[in-house]
Design a protein around this ligand. Sequence first.
Ligand code: MSP
Length: 485
Amino acid sequence: MARKKFYVTTPIYYPNDIPHVGHAYTTIVGDVIARGHKLKGEDVFYLTGTDEHGKKIETAAKKKTKNPKEFVDELVPEFKNAWKKLNIDYDRFIRTTEKDHEKVVLKILQKVFDKGDIYLGEYEGLYCTGCEAYYTERDLVDGCCPIHKTKAEKLKEKSYFFKLSKYKKKLLKLYKDNPNFILPKFRVKEIINRLEDLQDLSISRTSFNWGIKLPFDNKHISYVWFDALLNYLTGVGYLKDDKKFSKFWPADLHIVAKDIMWFHVVIWPTMLMSAGIKLPKTIFVHGYWTFNKKKISKSRGKVINVNELISITGNVDSIRYFLLRETPFGDDGDFSEQALIDRHNNELANKLGNLVSRVSGLIEKFGISKSAPKGVPLDMQDGVFGGKNKLLKKLNEAKIEKLFENYEFDKVLNEIFSFIDICNEYVQNKKPWETRDKKVLYELKESILKIADLLWPFIPESAEKIKKQFSATKIKKSEILFKKI
Ligand code: MSP
């Protein structure tokens, strides 16, 4: 039987500045999900990258008196380095300035045009460059963008339009027939309300020129979102590698935050419908992080970039752990250094670190039963061997798997850490340093190996260390995994 596949993506980020904790969050969650599916033996493709065209990038480049390509070329390594530091194991880092992507954009624009879904019109509207989107008067707050709080600019230009409004019924049917298309489910209502006055979408620009020229009118460049969304096709070989594309498409999961939900659950599926391409299975919309209760923003508030983030505990795994443990995936969260340090100390160091160092120390000292006692049939063995580990039995793996499938990562971690508590109590109660009971130590070792497996998607570096240590022929007391702060 062919192996199951899983294709997961993050948004492609604007490389107009270095990545911060918000970008790191989405990319870490993507990595955790990708690793979780790898652990199940699936063929996984994990895509992330950068969104390099559009006015936002052009303006940022101008400020630095650079041309846009030069400008993004300098920022892209910042993203790649950040992801490397955070142990992100992606399969491709896509850049929308890459040739294969441009080809895809041209092809889809032509397809949608040939279908009769694109027409020339005139657009006058209020534009927020920060969002790269037009707003209606109604959406603005005192004439300002609700997200960036900056004044929306009045723009008027000849523009090609995509017949988005024609797809309203199809979208409603899509949400109804596929209850997992938008997750968490509470987001659906908001979208359905907004569909009420669904307008056609302006998909070309003439007021600047950093973008991909329309194949049917080279005086216009493609709207950056029409270009960017298509990265999900390019990323798995659309028009380039049929085998790969047919294996991985449709995407199983697009991860986005609520700021760009509309583009992913309304515009994106409609583009695909028009082009006659299968739709992704799920768009998971997560919440927004604040930093000490303040918006993460360069202009108004505090930005915490990836290097600053790592330097708080000096341990990448504690960041990965914290971000997934602190708030339910889907909700908003608040980041604070103290909260991170607390979880690092109280959970990773005191619970996990303590268990690992204590048990490895005891095993080093007293030895361990290595195999089943001779001549005793498996089902007669007393609670140690042959899957009859009494301690391990207290772990509800099926529940953990279910929680993971439901994207309830905070609960997954909670469940694993409850089992870690049980293991620590087991050591305390059984007192193997007095009894020198090698079976107890064996049970603990097996349990710790299991814990390492389950934690691997979240804290891969520490999990691998634990696995290596406890699989060795001679188990030795470990170096400290999480130094207390
Ligand atoms: N380029 C577009 C996405 C195109 S996808 C086809 C874009 N880029 S962005 O750089 O602004 O990144 C937005 C994404 O970054 C959010 O959807 C989210 O994944 C992540 N986050 C940015 N700030 C965040 C927080 N404060 N909190 C949580 N996630 C945040 O939009």
